[in-house]
Design a protein around this ligand. Structure first.
Ligand code: HMH
Length: 232
Protein backbone atom coordinates (compact mmCIF):
# COMPACT_ATOMS: atom_id res chain seq x y z
CA UNK A 1 0.00 0.00 0.00
CA UNK A 2 1.67 3.23 -1.13
CA UNK A 3 2.12 5.80 1.60
CA UNK A 4 4.81 8.06 0.29
CA UNK A 5 7.85 6.79 2.18
CA UNK A 6 11.28 5.93 0.82
CA UNK A 7 10.30 2.29 0.26
CA UNK A 8 7.42 3.49 -1.89
CA UNK A 9 9.85 5.57 -3.97
CA UNK A 10 12.05 2.49 -4.48
CA UNK A 11 9.14 0.25 -5.50
CA UNK A 12 8.07 2.83 -8.10
CA UNK A 13 11.59 3.47 -9.34
CA UNK A 14 12.41 -0.24 -9.67
CA UNK A 15 8.93 -1.30 -10.70
CA UNK A 16 9.92 -3.83 -13.34
CA UNK A 17 12.22 -5.83 -11.12
CA UNK A 18 9.70 -5.56 -8.27
CA UNK A 19 7.00 -7.04 -10.53
CA UNK A 20 9.52 -9.67 -11.63
CA UNK A 21 9.86 -10.79 -8.00
CA UNK A 22 6.19 -10.54 -6.97
CA UNK A 23 4.51 -11.79 -10.18
CA UNK A 24 6.98 -14.48 -11.09
CA UNK A 25 5.85 -17.31 -13.43
CA UNK A 26 6.09 -19.75 -10.49
CA UNK A 27 3.58 -17.66 -8.50
CA UNK A 28 1.39 -17.18 -11.58
CA UNK A 29 1.38 -20.97 -12.06
CA UNK A 30 0.13 -21.44 -8.48
CA UNK A 31 -2.53 -18.83 -9.07
CA UNK A 32 -3.77 -20.32 -12.34
CA UNK A 33 -3.57 -23.89 -11.02
CA UNK A 34 -1.02 -25.12 -13.58
CA UNK A 35 1.80 -25.45 -11.02
CA UNK A 36 4.05 -28.41 -11.48
CA UNK A 37 4.07 -30.47 -8.25
CA UNK A 38 7.77 -31.40 -8.39
CA UNK A 39 8.45 -27.63 -8.60
CA UNK A 40 6.29 -26.98 -5.54
CA UNK A 41 8.10 -29.73 -3.62
CA UNK A 42 11.48 -28.32 -4.65
CA UNK A 43 10.39 -24.88 -3.48
CA UNK A 44 9.19 -26.38 -0.16
CA UNK A 45 12.51 -28.09 0.63
CA UNK A 46 14.62 -25.10 -0.41
CA UNK A 47 12.45 -22.59 1.43
CA UNK A 48 12.71 -24.64 4.61
CA UNK A 49 16.50 -24.25 4.38
CA UNK A 50 16.10 -20.52 3.69
CA UNK A 51 13.72 -19.98 6.63
CA UNK A 52 16.13 -21.71 9.03
CA UNK A 53 18.82 -19.22 7.93
CA UNK A 54 16.35 -16.34 8.08
CA UNK A 55 15.73 -16.90 11.84
CA UNK A 56 19.25 -15.87 12.97
CA UNK A 57 19.10 -12.92 10.57
CA UNK A 58 15.83 -11.68 12.13
CA UNK A 59 17.34 -12.31 15.58
CA UNK A 60 20.29 -10.08 14.57
CA UNK A 61 17.84 -7.34 13.57
CA UNK A 62 16.17 -7.73 16.97
CA UNK A 63 19.53 -7.25 18.70
CA UNK A 64 20.15 -4.09 16.67
CA UNK A 65 16.70 -2.76 17.62
CA UNK A 66 17.43 -3.48 21.28
CA UNK A 67 20.84 -1.78 21.11
CA UNK A 68 19.25 1.35 19.62
CA UNK A 69 17.53 1.65 22.99
CA UNK A 70 14.52 3.39 21.46
CA UNK A 71 11.91 1.61 23.58
CA UNK A 72 9.02 3.87 22.52
CA UNK A 73 9.45 3.03 18.81
CA UNK A 74 7.87 -0.43 19.27
CA UNK A 75 10.37 -1.94 16.81
CA UNK A 76 11.28 -4.81 19.12
CA UNK A 77 7.66 -5.93 19.46
CA UNK A 78 7.20 -6.06 15.68
CA UNK A 79 10.43 -8.00 15.15
CA UNK A 80 9.63 -10.36 18.01
CA UNK A 81 6.23 -11.11 16.45
CA UNK A 82 8.12 -11.92 13.25
CA UNK A 83 10.26 -14.45 15.13
CA UNK A 84 7.00 -15.90 16.48
CA UNK A 85 5.63 -16.38 12.97
CA UNK A 86 8.91 -17.99 11.90
CA UNK A 87 8.48 -20.48 14.72
CA UNK A 88 5.05 -21.41 13.30
CA UNK A 89 6.48 -21.41 9.78
CA UNK A 90 9.15 -23.96 10.64
CA UNK A 91 6.52 -26.25 12.17
CA UNK A 92 4.35 -25.77 9.06
CA UNK A 93 7.23 -26.67 6.71
CA UNK A 94 7.81 -29.92 8.60
CA UNK A 95 4.12 -30.82 8.49
CA UNK A 96 3.77 -29.84 4.84
CA UNK A 97 6.90 -31.81 3.89
CA UNK A 98 5.53 -34.98 5.45
CA UNK A 99 2.23 -34.39 3.63
CA UNK A 100 4.06 -34.25 0.28
CA UNK A 101 6.55 -36.99 1.10
CA UNK A 102 9.55 -34.65 1.16
CA UNK A 103 12.31 -35.75 3.56
CA UNK A 104 13.70 -32.42 4.77
CA UNK A 105 16.79 -34.06 6.28
CA UNK A 106 17.76 -35.18 2.76
CA UNK A 107 17.31 -31.81 1.05
CA UNK A 108 20.60 -30.18 0.03
CA UNK A 109 20.69 -26.43 -0.58
CA UNK A 110 20.85 -25.53 -4.26
CA UNK A 111 23.07 -22.70 -5.52
CA UNK A 112 20.44 -19.89 -5.32
CA UNK A 113 19.56 -20.97 -1.77
CA UNK A 114 23.24 -21.02 -0.78
CA UNK A 115 23.79 -17.57 -2.26
CA UNK A 116 20.70 -16.12 -0.60
CA UNK A 117 21.70 -17.61 2.79
CA UNK A 118 25.22 -16.20 2.39
CA UNK A 119 23.72 -12.77 1.69
CA UNK A 120 21.74 -13.04 4.96
CA UNK A 121 24.99 -13.84 6.79
CA UNK A 122 26.65 -10.76 5.28
CA UNK A 123 23.75 -8.65 6.55
CA UNK A 124 24.38 -9.99 10.07
CA UNK A 125 27.89 -8.48 10.19
CA UNK A 126 28.30 -5.79 12.86
CA UNK A 127 29.25 -3.08 10.34
CA UNK A 128 25.85 -3.33 8.64
CA UNK A 129 23.58 -0.50 9.72
CA UNK A 130 20.25 -1.22 11.43
CA UNK A 131 18.51 0.81 8.67
CA UNK A 132 20.04 -1.36 5.92
CA UNK A 133 19.19 -4.62 7.73
CA UNK A 134 15.64 -3.42 8.36
CA UNK A 135 15.12 -2.47 4.70
CA UNK A 136 16.26 -5.97 3.70
CA UNK A 137 13.99 -7.58 6.31
CA UNK A 138 10.97 -5.65 5.01
CA UNK A 139 11.75 -6.46 1.35
CA UNK A 140 12.21 -10.19 2.04
CA UNK A 141 8.84 -10.46 3.79
CA UNK A 142 7.03 -8.11 1.39
CA UNK A 143 7.94 -10.16 -1.70
CA UNK A 144 6.32 -13.26 -0.20
CA UNK A 145 3.32 -11.33 1.08
CA UNK A 146 2.62 -9.71 -2.30
CA UNK A 147 3.28 -12.90 -4.23
CA UNK A 148 1.06 -15.20 -2.19
CA UNK A 149 -1.68 -12.60 -1.67
CA UNK A 150 -1.92 -12.49 -5.48
CA UNK A 151 -2.62 -16.26 -5.43
CA UNK A 152 -5.65 -15.63 -3.19
CA UNK A 153 -7.11 -12.67 -5.07
CA UNK A 154 -10.28 -12.88 -7.11
CA UNK A 155 -10.09 -15.24 -10.04
CA UNK A 156 -7.49 -17.51 -8.45
CA UNK A 157 -7.57 -21.15 -9.52
CA UNK A 158 -4.96 -22.18 -6.95
CA UNK A 159 -5.30 -25.89 -6.13
CA UNK A 160 -6.96 -26.45 -2.71
CA UNK A 161 -3.91 -28.37 -1.43
CA UNK A 162 -1.76 -25.28 -2.02
CA UNK A 163 -4.20 -22.76 -0.56
CA UNK A 164 -2.69 -23.18 2.91
CA UNK A 165 0.73 -22.15 1.65
CA UNK A 166 -0.83 -19.10 -0.02
CA UNK A 167 -2.71 -18.23 3.19
CA UNK A 168 0.46 -18.43 5.25
CA UNK A 169 1.98 -15.36 3.56
CA UNK A 170 -1.06 -13.93 1.82
CA UNK A 171 -3.32 -13.45 4.84
CA UNK A 172 -4.27 -9.98 6.13
CA UNK A 173 -2.38 -10.43 9.40
CA UNK A 174 0.84 -11.06 7.49
CA UNK A 175 0.02 -8.04 5.33
CA UNK A 176 -0.35 -5.91 8.42
CA UNK A 177 2.96 -7.21 9.80
CA UNK A 178 4.67 -6.28 6.49
CA UNK A 179 3.21 -2.75 6.73
CA UNK A 180 4.67 -2.47 10.23
CA UNK A 181 8.09 -3.53 8.93
CA UNK A 182 7.71 -1.02 6.12
CA UNK A 183 6.85 1.78 8.55
CA UNK A 184 9.94 1.01 10.62
CA UNK A 185 12.15 0.94 7.51
CA UNK A 186 10.65 4.23 6.26
CA UNK A 187 11.14 5.92 9.63
CA UNK A 188 14.79 4.83 9.81
CA UNK A 189 15.42 5.83 6.18
CA UNK A 190 13.86 9.22 6.69
CA UNK A 191 16.00 9.79 9.74
CA UNK A 192 19.13 8.76 7.81
CA UNK A 193 18.18 10.97 4.83
CA UNK A 194 17.32 14.02 6.92
CA UNK A 195 20.92 14.53 7.94
CA UNK A 196 20.06 14.56 11.63
CA UNK A 197 23.43 12.89 11.97
CA UNK A 198 26.29 15.45 11.75
CA UNK A 199 28.13 13.42 9.12
CA UNK A 200 25.69 13.89 6.26
CA UNK A 201 27.82 11.85 3.85
CA UNK A 202 27.66 8.87 6.17
CA UNK A 203 23.88 8.91 6.39
CA UNK A 204 23.43 9.41 2.63
CA UNK A 205 25.60 6.37 2.29
CA UNK A 206 23.20 4.42 4.51
CA UNK A 207 20.23 5.33 2.31
CA UNK A 208 21.98 4.33 -0.91
CA UNK A 209 23.29 1.12 0.68
CA UNK A 210 19.75 0.31 1.76
CA UNK A 211 18.46 0.84 -1.79
CA UNK A 212 21.15 -1.42 -3.24
CA UNK A 213 20.29 -4.01 -0.59
CA UNK A 214 16.60 -3.79 -1.55
CA UNK A 215 17.53 -4.47 -5.19
CA UNK A 216 19.74 -7.40 -4.21
CA UNK A 217 16.83 -8.92 -2.25
CA UNK A 218 14.64 -8.69 -5.36
CA UNK A 219 17.34 -10.38 -7.45
CA UNK A 220 17.79 -13.20 -4.93
CA UNK A 221 14.03 -13.69 -4.79
CA UNK A 222 13.80 -13.96 -8.60
CA UNK A 223 16.69 -16.48 -8.61
CA UNK A 224 14.91 -18.43 -5.87
CA UNK A 225 11.66 -18.60 -7.87
CA UNK A 226 13.60 -19.54 -11.03
CA UNK A 227 15.23 -22.40 -9.14
CA UNK A 228 11.82 -23.55 -7.88
CA UNK A 229 10.49 -23.60 -11.46
CA UNK A 230 13.56 -25.48 -12.57
CA UNK A 231 14.56 -22.67 -14.92
CA UNK A 232 17.62 -21.55 -12.94
C1 HMH B 1 12.96 -17.11 -0.34
N1 HMH B 1 11.87 -15.23 0.74
C2 HMH B 1 12.05 -16.55 0.69
N2 HMH B 1 11.45 -17.36 1.57
C3 HMH B 1 10.63 -16.85 2.52
N3 HMH B 1 10.02 -17.71 3.37
C4 HMH B 1 10.41 -15.46 2.58
C5 HMH B 1 11.06 -14.68 1.66
C6 HMH B 1 9.48 -14.80 3.57
O1 HMH B 1 9.54 -15.33 4.81
Amino acid sequence: LPHGGMTDTWVKKHRLIYIGATRHPFILSIRDGTVDLPAFKRWLGQDYIFVRAFVPFVASVLIRAYKKGDESSGDMEVILSGLGSLNDEIAWFKQEASKWGVDLSQVAPEKPTQHYCRFLEELMRPEVDYTVAMAAFWAIEAVYQESFAHCLEEGSKAPPELKEACQRWGNDGFGHYCSSLRNIADRLLEKAASGSVPLVKVSEDVVSKAEVTFLRVLEYEVDFWNMSCGTA
